[in-house]
Ligand binder design. Structure first.
Ligand code: 6R9
Length: 703
């Protein structure tokens, strides 16, 4: 087989072919009120002022004791921020605002059903709820500082109440995305060593009240299989006095939270003064190999970083009505629904359901009704809302001063719809690039000071010095037109502290690649490897090309190919499995999985649903493959490695490149014929790939 012309396109050619987009400038009205409108801010955060520049962020918080060392680099790359300082995250998000403006609305909860009334929770009321639940956790459940507890909860106000109650006690919580399966939750319970699971009986999604508590039983069983016993399951109820689940409450283990709260009415719990370096929470995310990693975030550094970036990049003022339509089960929701907005004492909106329920006008109705003026969402949601209701935003009278996009690259065309239709041309937009590991934004424009460029996140944010390295550690300069690995040269307060229980994996995954001297205690020798490909234009703006590891970004959610493949391998007939991305117009990428069966098993009708079910059980519906292809064998190298790039090319109708060196080149044509003819028959042919997408597919799974 000969190489197609496309397969010879290099990364640098792609970058050159990328059309430079025009700048868009923020409206004067926005600039006039912006928190960061004076260019002197660049000087304050200039590299010569590192690390002390971050005092400006830390000063947004109330500290019980001041820090003596801003950045301790003595044990690299385990950086310590604000050492000696003490504070409590719940005090900072609740008590101080409840004291200053008790009646101010902290949280507006919008239930998914439009017939259900919204719930407004003032700071004084939030303080009461957090105190009472903290009393339950401490006095009835027996949790103490340093214990881990797993939360598997939907988008309801009880979730921030639970998070803040844990923070009040210095209990480390791990929030598992509500859409993950019970089994996935159980793995995370076991990894974190939690003895307590906090969940809810059910919640609304797409108009239906789902049974969520059933997942708790699966989670407890999955954790037990790994030797971790869950002693207590605390169940919040979506509707007072009712029970949305089919599964019985287990005697001695399961308790309704409202029944526990009844014994703690009016209780107050003194916030525990925590060292800045104490872990605040764990957030699991997917990586190249093995099980998800529990990213451990600090109290002082993390809180400072989210407060500072919320102020300057989200432009949050106390009087704003801020709505981030992400899920609190992901880092975006953690940092920019709960901690950042509440630390700044603003009003944060929590919406329970899906954006298009019951129709594509829902978000804009919510915005109009609540007077939302800052809106934050993902490209997947924008693409979906644009598809289901391109004219919908015009029908509603709301005015966003500021909008965010996060989680995946956004196509310039989609960006422009967001700007002109959703933003009505009145809003400044920030495209924020960052990761679960980072606590807060890494790349973005400062909304009043730097113009927007569709498809590019912008330069490094204040106090972050990104660099692009090639594989050998040489700088790839701005404007060179070449792509490489984006790294951050310096530590910052929001960076995670370690992978829970796996410090070597932390060093190996994020720092080993570009560290020049393992004995050095100089941070300059420890660039952080983000795992994303990027290209930097002459103006210093970065365009993020996507993951360089085996992670598929589905609708902004990171799914490890290995996790999906291991789930497929739980089906007893399956011998081998390979997961690959396909370009998807709404979700950015979707997953397809190729499966070969053990000898003696014939591919029957039942295999595809079986594999899909296994993936849903092990991970959750978000990982559900678009297609399961049963193949007689996988294309392999002579050393037996599955060539994921070859099957990814087949799924995407891209040129498979040179396959002559494979151990079984003849299999490629047979798989291609089978898969592509089925896709044509099912009207499932992906659109033509852009060059960048083509390159991504061609690179996929490469060592
Ligand atoms: C916050 C969050 C991280 C990965 C990241 C990158 C992709 C995030 C992006 C973006 C292009 C942006 N990503 N923001 N790609 N433009 N503005 O999403 O965290 O779930 O850990 O995902 O998402 O590939 O490495 P997380």
């Amino acid at each position: 087989m000969t190489e197609g012309p496309e397969s010879q396109v290099s990364e640098s050619q792609i970058a050159v072919h990328w059309r430079e987009e025009e700048y868009y400038y923020p409206p004067d009205k926005f600039i006039a009120q912006a928190n960061a409108a004076d260019p002197s801010i660049y000087d304050r955060f200039g590299e010569e002022h590192f690390p002390d520049c971050f005092k400006e962020y830390a000063d947004l918080l109330s500290w019980d004791a001041p820090w003596h060392t801003t950045l301790d680099t003595s044990n690299p790359p385990f950086w310590k921020w604000f050492v000696g300082g003490r504070l409590n995250a719940s005090y900072n998000c609740v008590d101080r605002h409840a004291a200053a403006s008790p009646d101010k609305t902290a949280i507006i909860f919008v239930p998914e059903l439009e017939s259900d009334a919204r719930v407004e929770i003032s700071y004084a009321e939030l303080l009461r709820q957090v105190n009472e639940f903290a009393a339950v956790l401490r006095d009835t459940v027996g949790l103490k500082t340093g214990d881990r507890v797993t939360l598997h909860m939907p988008m309801v106000p009880e979730l921030p109440v639970t998070m803040l109650a844990c923070a009040r006690l210095g209990v480390i919580r791990s929030q598992v995305f509500g859409g993950f399966s019970g089994t996935a939750c159980g793995h995370r319970i076991a990894d974190s060593g939690s003895h307590v699971l906090i969940t809810m009986d059910g919640y609304y999604r797409g108009g239906n009240l789902s049974d969520h508590k059933v997942k708790a039983d699966e989670a407890v069983a999955a954790a037990r299989a790994e030797g971790q016993e869950v002693e207590k399951v605390l169940v919040w109820r979506r509707h007072a006095g009712q029970y949305a689940s089919q599964t019985p409450m287990v005697e001695g283990r399961d308790v309704f939270v409202d029944e526990l709260l009844a014994g703690h009415q009016g209780a107050t719990v003194e916030p525990v003064s925590m060292p800045a370096e104490a872990p605040l929470f764990l957030m699991y995310t997917s990586g190249t190999t093995g099980r998800p990693k529990g990213c451990q975030h600090s109290t002082g550094g993390y809180m400072s970083y989210v407060a500072g970036t919320s102020k300057y990049y989200q432009d949050i003022h106390p009087d704003d009505v801020y709505w981030c339509m992400a899920d609190i089960g992901w880092i975006t929701g953690h940092s920019y629904i709960v901690y950042g907005p509440l630390a700044l004492g603003t009003t944060t909106v929590i919406y329970e359901g899906v954006p298009n329920y019951p129709d594509g006008g829902r978000p804009w109705r919510i915005a109009e009704e609540l007077g939302v003026n800052i809106f934050h969402t993902s490209p997947t949601a924008i693409r979906m809302l644009r598809k289901v209701g391109p004219e919908e935003p015009r029908k509603y009278n709301y005015h966003f001063k500021h909008m965010t996009t996060v989680g995946e690259p956004i196509e310039p065309e989609v960006w422009r719809w967001y700007h002109s239709e959703v933003g009505k041309g009145e809003a400044a937009i920030v495209d924020t690039w960052w990761q679960t590991e980072n606590g807060g934004f890494l790349g973005s424009t400062l909304p009043a000071l730097q113009p927007m460029k569709p498809g590019s996140c912008g330069p490094g944010v204040l106090g972050i010095y990104p660099v692009i390295y090639d594989e050998d550690g040489h700088d790839v300069p701005a404007g060179s037109g070449k792509a490489g690995n984006i790294c951050i040269r310096n530590p910052w307060p929001g960076i995670f502290q370690t992978i829970w229980g796996q410090p070597e994996r932390f060093v190996d995954t994020y720092y080993r690649k570009y560290n020049t001297d393992p004995d050095s205690t100089d941070w300059h020798d420890w660039p952080y490897f983000a795992g994303d490909g990027a290209v930097q234009a002459a103006d210093g703006y970065f365009r993020i090309l996507g993951r360089v590891d085996d992670v598929i970004n589905v609708a902004g959610h990171r799914l490890g190919t290995k996790e999906i493949e291991s789930a497929a391998l739980t089906v007893s007939e399956v011998a081998e499995a390979a997961a690959v991305p396909v370009i998807d117009d709404i979700r950015g990428r979707a997953v397809e999985i190729y499966v070969s069966l053990k000898p003696g098993f014939e591919p029957g009708q039942e295999m595809e649903p079986k594999v899909t079910k296994a993936i849903e059980t092990e991970i959750g519906k978000i990982a559900r493959p678009k297609n399961v292809w049963i193949v007689p064998d996988m294309p392999k190298t002579r050393s037996g490695k599955i060539m994921r790039r070859v099957i990814a090319s087949i799924s995407n109708f891209a040129d498979v490149g040179d396959v002559t060196t494979l151990a079984n080149p003849e299999i490629v044509d047979s798989i291609r014929h089978h898969v592509q003819s089925m896709k044509v028959a099912n009207d499932d042919v992906p659109r033509d790939l852009t060059e960048a997408e083509f390159e991504e597919i061609k690179r996929f799974g490469a060592e």
